[in-house]
Design a protein around this ligand. Structure first.
Ligand code: ADP
Ligand code: MG
Length: 395
């Protein structure tokens, strides 16, 4: 088929031609946005799922929904080594300036800016100087303790009050939430608790790898009460089929039942893989409808491309020790326990702790349940075997 007309879009955050199987989650977002704008209580959303499952795409869609519903939005992507306060402050400044332009009496926006300035001086103490260009006196003592768990709720409160005064609502969207530190996550939870108590029009929409299992004590109890955690997982066979067949059909091309079935088997319904296979199927097909033999031909290219991009970028960030650890995990199957991995590597279980912690911090593995470890990238075990075929089991 003509590559120029190829409807598929493999790539991190690339909007798919057909957003399949997410109606229920989008409906949840619609209700949340509607209720919060009216000052009614509703749980904020944390979308959780593996890499390539479609979280970023959903978050962007929710941002559009929020904007359509009259919200002002702030979107940040958490980062392994950048503090949340530094990431979020510039966008909050923009929102305060936007609110300031809304013609409606009140002094809450000015106060909000002073609180933001205070928040920034709190950060400066911790992280050294940086420039945000906010020429205003800080509201001393408002949000400058330097302790994010105290300062962020105060800042959000000032923001919520400013928004309410201007008849506006705010949606804060945070992608890659697994990169937040425990303290930052705790701060977000406390801030949203404050929003709920004060009935302020601020909602939080997060996305990332599952974070709940890592939380403990009070944070966990609050998190469960304040957030809902919709699972962004692989698509069902019917949704996967729709995700491929409908965009093709819109271009006048049919894909046979058995070709769809085989594609589902190979992709296991993971959205990123569906786009990749769809893309290759389209480019390789010479006749309409696209049949099984094209899937066979496309698979080789699809896997090669994934190995060179989707998998490889993650592999290249690993130290030799981390690679061996993951290779041992791959040997054991898609989910494994520390003890088994240590045994597989021929070392004592407590010696693998630091590597395990690094891999979790890098977002390569996570703990779906106490003591268990799993890859955050679907089919990564198969990739590891292709990338390191020579792994010899010790002992
Ligand atoms: N519901 C869906 N149906 C079909 N394709 C999807 C869907 N959601 C995401 N995709 C595709 O999957 C890929 C990964 O999406 P992305 O949002 O970046 O995943 P994540 O943020 O979970 O890693 C993109 O190419 C996107 O077009
Ligand atoms: Mg993403």
């Amino acid at each position: 088929m003509d590559p120029i007309r190829n409807p598929f879009s493999p790539g991190a955050g690339s909007p798919p031609p057909q957003l399949a199987g997410r109606a229920a989650i989008l409906e949840q977002a619609r209700i949340l946005l509607g209720r919060a704008a009216l000052g009614k209580p509703e749980k904020s959303l944390m979308l959780t799922g593996l890499r390539g499952a479609g979280k970023t795409v959903l978050l962007n869609e929710m941002r559009r929904m929020a904007q359509d519903a009259g919200y002002r939005t702030v979107l940040v992507e958490a980062h392994e080594d950048k503090a949340l306060g530094l990431l979020i402050a510039p966008s909050l400044k923009t929102v305060f300036f936007e609110l300031d332009r809304v013609a409606r009496a009140g002094d809450r926006v000015k106060r909000g800016l002073r609180v933001l300035r205070s928040f920034l001086s709190g950060l400066t103490v911790k992280m050294g100087d940086f420039e945000i260009g906010l020429d205003i006196e800080p509201e001393t003592g408002a949000a400058d303790s330097g302790d994010i768990e105290m300062d962020l709720p105060n800042l959000f409160e000032a923001l919520g009050e400013a928004a309410r005064e201007k008849g506006n609502a705010i949606a804060i969207l945070i992608d890659e939430i697994q990169y937040l530190t425990q303290k930052e996550l705790g701060a977000i939870i406390m801030a949203m608790h404050r929003m709920q108590q004060r009935q302020l029009p601020v909602v939080l929409l997060g996305a990332g790898l599952p974070v709940l299992p890592g939380l403990a004590g009070e944070s966990k109890t609050y998190a469960e009460r304040l957030f809902s955690f919709p699972d962004v997982s692989a698509l069902s066979e019917a949704d996967a089929a729709r995700a491929i067949s409908e965009p093709a059909l819109a271009e006048g091309v049919r894909i046979t039942e058995r070709a769809l079935k085989e594609t589902y088997r190979l992709t296991q319904g993971y959205p990123y893989f569906i786009q990749e296979w769809g893309y290759q199927l389209w480019n390789m097909a010479e006749t309409n409808p696209i049949d099984l033999h094209v899937v066979k031909a496309a698979t080789e290219t699809a896997i090669r491309r994934l190995d060179q991009n989707f998998f490889r970028v993650r592999f290249d960030r690993l130290s030799p020790g981390e690679k061996s650890f993951l290779r041992a995990m791959a040997e054991l199957g898609p989910a494994s326990r520390s003890g088994d991995i240590a045994a597989c590597l021929g070392v004592k279980v407590n010696s693998i702790g630091p590597v395990r912690a690094k891999l979790i911090k890098k977002g390569m593995i996570y703990s779906p349940a106490y003591g268990d470890l799993a890859f955050t990238v679907p089919l990564f075990d198969e990739f590891m075997k292709r990338a390191m075929p020579e792994f010899a089991k010790e002992a």
